[in-house]
Design a protein around this ligand. Structure first.
Ligand SMILES: O=c1ccn([C@H]2C[C@H](O)[C@@H](CO)O2)c(=O)[nH]1
Ligand SMILES: [Zn+2]
Length: 124
């Protein structure tokens, strides 16, 4: 699936972002041989319990036994959504260094490998 198509999926998923506290809406789309999984950020009145869009997508997939993915597109119309450190670490648990991460605010996009985003990652 091409970036434009992934972006379309991300825009649809964004409708479910639950972000009344920050008003920052983010969605993530995982894509590969195991199909498509989406995630959005889900906030909480106890702010620290918020879960990022990227981790929601990964946990949805992994909890259904799906780990075979090629790339993730991260989209936000509110911020340029570079993934936070926690999400980079979670991605590196399941995906290789050449896994592609596309970051876009709908106006411009940047593409990275996971190895670029999180060099020297912690692994057991
Ligand atoms: O990698 C990130 C970083 C932040 N957020 C969300 C969490 C919160 O709802 C909002 C502002 O931090 O952005 C994500 O979804 N992914
Ligand atoms: Zn995050």
């Amino acid at each position: 699936m091409r970036t434009v198509e992934l972006l379309k999926v991300a825009k649809k998923a964004l409708e479910n972002s639950y972000s009344p506290y920050s008003n920052v809406r983010i969605s993530a789309v995982l894509f590969g041989d195991d199909g498509i999984y989406t995630g959005v950020n889900v906030e909480n009145a106890s702010y620290g319990l918020t879960v990022c869009a990227e981790r929601v997508a990964v946990f949805k997939a992994v909890s259904e036994g799906k780990k075979n993915f090629k790339k993730m597109l991260i989209y936000s119309p509110d911020v340029f959504p570079y993934p936070c450190g926690a999400c980079r670490q979670v991605l590196s648990e399941f995906f290789p260094e050449d896994f592609e991460v596309i970051v876009t605010d709908g106006r411009s996009e940047e593409s990275f490998t996971l190895g670029e985003l999180l060099p020297f990652n912690f692994k057991l």
